[in-house]
Design a binder for this molecule. Structure first.
Ligand SMILES: [Zn+2]
Length: 167
């Protein structure tokens, strides 16, 4: 069974989410933009084994904490689509522009493509490439809990719809 817990982080209060498999307690953190102490405290409170960082896109409020978190422990950095490489390379400048704590760029372990899947423990989520907000934006769809982790993409209709257009 897949579980999730959402934590608003950074001055922008964007939704960072922890997702995990309850059999293995393996977890991924989606969009750790900052406030790493809060995120790590939740991981400890929930008794999870953090394995990976998943990214919807390269804006600082979503990706600003990635380099520091990945420096503290070995983690795969999964996503976003390579269309956001310039946003990730520009994280230090984004930080200065928006008054965020200093952020470093990084190289993802794996760029994502439309139709890819990502795994956490026994659970699989589906990747959709959703350019618009940024060229490399992706969303993570979890049909088993009728939930989509959408980053800064807004879908017409309710969050959690499962009838994504193919394409
Ligand atoms: Zn954004």
């Amino acid at each position: 069974m897949l579980h999730y817990h959402t934590l608003p982080v950074t001055a922008f209060q964007q939704n960072c989410s922890l997702v995990w498999c309850d059999q293995s307690k393996d977890a991924a953190v989606i969009d750790p933009g900052g406030e790493l102490e809060t995120i790590e405290w939740e991981i400890e409170r929930l008794g999870l084994n953090l394995k990976a960082i998943w990214l919807t896109h390269g804006h600082i409020d979503h990706a600003g904490g990635v380099a520091e978190l990945a420096a503290r422990q070995p983690l795969d950095i999964i996503g976003p689509h390579e269309g956001d490489r310039f946003w990730i390379d520009g994280l230090p400048q984004q930080g200065a522009m928006f008054g965020f704590p200093p952020a470093q760029s990084f190289e993802p372990t794996r760029w994502l493509h439309d139709g890819d899947t990502v795994r956490v423990g026994q659970e699989t989520l589906h990747v959709r490439h959703t350019p618009g907000h940024t060229p490399g934006h992706v969303v993570f769809h979890a049909p088993q809990i009728d939930r989509c982790f959408v980053g800064d993409v807004l879908f017409a209709g309710s969050i959690g719809r499962t009838d994504f257009p193919q394409g």
